[in-house]
Design a protein around this ligand. Sequence first.
Ligand code: NDP
Length: 311
Amino acid sequence: MAPLKTLIIGSGPAGYTAAIYAARADLKPVLYTGMEPGGQLTTTTEVDNFPGYPKGIDGPQMMVELQQQAERFGTEVRIGHINKVELSSEIGGMHKAYVEGGEVIEAQTVIISTGASAKYLGLPSEQRLRGGGVSACAVCDGFFYKGQDVAIVGGGDTAAEEATYLAKICSKVTMLVRKGSMRASKAMQHRVNKMENIDVRYFSEIDEVLGEQVVEGIRIRDNQTQETEEISITGLFIAIGHQPNTAIFKGQLDMDDAGYLLTEGKSTKTNLPGVFASGDVQDKEYRQAVTAAGTGCMAALDAERYLQSLD
Ligand code: NDP
């Protein structure tokens, strides 16, 4: 196969938006979907906060439409997973990507939009009820639990921020922190403590999520006394961190301690020429579909400018 102008890895809002822009700029992009075509939004029900959908849209449906929009301008979408890369450090050098199954692709520019995956507790009952009341995104799904009792797991900034967010919508939020203190900043903790309807339970872990089709409650355990207790809730939010999908770039691209790709200034440029990063793979702070889409657009524009500079 002839070398590509632009290879896009990942099929969330960042990857597809990069594809729309790259295709319209005649870069003839090829996009590899990865193992979870459509990305994190395919595990959400309704997306109510993406501008332009006044009635909301189903997460999976939104991803189908983004794919169609990218294909309309000539993006070639391939279902497949890149499991190794050899990125060039030379200006104008060819980057190589190895597709699971053996194919090797060469590209002048690579846009990395491999996203991040929410961490889960790993309980079978939790996995069974994902999409049935177990969520890893309060901003996406909190609204469905308006006026109801919910719980959130985690003691970091995300958990504190999401607990405060949920407390404004839900009647009661039980926050489960496994240690005797929170890792969240003092300011965030203060906000949590100010909300009267957040009940923080320290030294608390979940043994089981209760309910067959939908979440009906949780059995929690005090990890000091081993005493258990059942709490009735309809929504369970897991906020114990995310894992950026960057394993194949280790040793080649600069990352922070948590593995997020580092980009230069306001751009999407990585430390290697012709390699750009967009979406959650380089953003641990905002993590929204619309911000991911915004950086996908930026990555395509950066790739286009880079290719122009080679001419
Ligand atoms: P963190 O890694 O900071 O925190 C994860 C939390 O989850 C910790 O309290 C940890 O507990 C807990 N945890 C981990 N695994 C388990 C488990 N199996 N069971 C129960 N609890 C568990 O992740 P965050 O997503 O909160 O934050 C990521 C980064 O993003 C941080 O740098 C944060 O500061 C930043 N951020 C900043 C925001 C802002 O400034 N507005 C908003 C959101 C995030 P333990 O402490 O015991 O390890």
